[in-house]
Ligand binder design. Structure first.
Ligand SMILES: [Zn+2]
Length: 375
């Protein structure tokens, strides 16, 4: 599956009813951004992200690790966690494995991520090893905290209300034999369901360190496994080599999630290689810059050549944008800096990505994971 990015509990420019219509089944929201604004207490008191943003389908939150590393030049990493200043107002904050897990339990996504250190690229071997080992130690702390507090998830009562109101929503059942609460109390009936915690494999661009990271993460034991620390500036071929070699070390009967990748061609290739989940800002961010993905290749709608072009953006696309509007109109909206340009471009690009993944799923169901039969 492909997860559109809804950084601040919003896919920029696209309302939830349109996301429903597009067939989005799961969104990614960013813990770092929501932690700073509106803050976890606001979301928790309203009953979690699903209720807050009126989204009944699934949500995944990242741990905040990647944003702390990518948005903060003044961060200070220690064994305990990461001290950083808000990119909004310069205020001081601290995220640790425990804190990031607590925040994600408060936000109440269906799938939450272990707090990791995203190793920079390039980095020397000693640095990559130290970073990978820190992530492995943090993974254990995330798991311990989660096991102790997973029944505190903010939608425990809200989920029951939603179900009784006939609005089934995604929820991940707890595995049997789940740890009891630390206080010895029996889980309350409405806490039978909780979140799924995924671990993250690091190890930079070193296949041996990736193998070791995978083994150590699997030892801790998670509901699913992510490959992190890629798309950080390395060449595309290197990304692919690391993904393929790391996949071999991850259990194929659990979700395997490749974080922050990629183009439509790449997501199709990775899915065929055994990746189950992907997210990327590319379709939404590119749309806001007038870059559109079509069955005929990329279209930069800002170009003057489209000023009089009365054809649909993508004649092969059945999205609401291509069914209704011309390239000329989309080009005009973009050139005039109309808000509608960003909305329509984003809707089309998301439709294109989701259609790509639906096609891959059809290949897989047909037993043709290579997609060769469909070409
Ligand atoms: Zn379209």
């Amino acid at each position: 599956m492909f997860m559109p990015v809804g950084t601040l509990a919003s896919v920029k420019g696209v309302s939830q009813d349109v996301l429903d219509e597009l067939g989005v089944e799961i969104l990614l929201a960013n813990t770092y951004h929501l932690f700073l604004r509106p803050g976890v207490e606001t979301v928790r008191q309203i009953g979690g992200l699903h209720r807050f943003m009126s989204w009944d389908r699934a949500i995944l939150t990242d741990s905040g690790g990647f944003q702390v590393f990518s948005l903060n030049d003044l961060r200070k990493v220690s064994e305990e966690g990461v001290a950083f200043r808000s990119h909004l107002d310069g205020s001081s904050h601290f995220l640790s494995p425990e804190k990031a897990t607590e925040v994600q339990i408060g936000l109440g996504a269906d799938i939450i991520m272990a707090f990791d250190e995203c190793t920079e690229y390039p980095a020397d071997c000693a640095r990559v090893r130290a970073s990978m080992e820190l992530t492995a130690r943090w993974a254990e702390r995330c798991k311990s905290y989660f096991e102790a507090y997973k029944y505190e998830v903010s939608w425990t009562s809200t989920a029951a209300e939603l179900r009784s109101a006939g609005r089934p929503r995604a929820a991940v059942p707890t595995r049997s034999g789940a740890s009891p609460r630390l206080d010895g109390a029996e889980p309350r009936p409405h806490t039978e369901i909780t979140q799924a915690l995924f671990g993250i494999v690091q190890g930079g661009m070193d296949t041996e360190l990736r193998r070791e990271s995978a083994a150590r993460t699997i030892d801790v034991g998670f509901a699913g496994y992510a490959i992190g620390g890629l798309s950080v500036g390395e060449p595309r071929e290197l990304t692919r080599d690391i993904v393929l070699s790391t996949l071999e070390h991850l259990p194929s009967d659990q979700p395997r999630y490749l974080m922050g990748v990629g183009t439509p061609e790449e997501i199709a290739q990775y899915a065929q290689s055994g990746v189950d989940m992907m997210d990327c800002v590319l379709p939404t961010r590119a749309a806001r810059h007038g870059l559109l993905f079509t069955s005929e290749g990329k279209v930069s709608i800002k170009q003057a050549r489209y000023a009089q072009d009365d054809r649909a953006l993508d004649p092969a696309c059945v999205c609401r944008v291509c069914q209704r509007y011309s390239r000329a109109y989309l080009r005009h909206l973009y050139a005039a800096n109309e808000l509608l340009a960003q909305v329509l471009n984003t809707v089309h690009n998301l439709h294109f990505y989701l259609t790509t993944m639906r096609t891959v799923r059809a290949w897989i169901r047909a037993g043709d994971a290579t997609g060769a039969g469909a070409r």
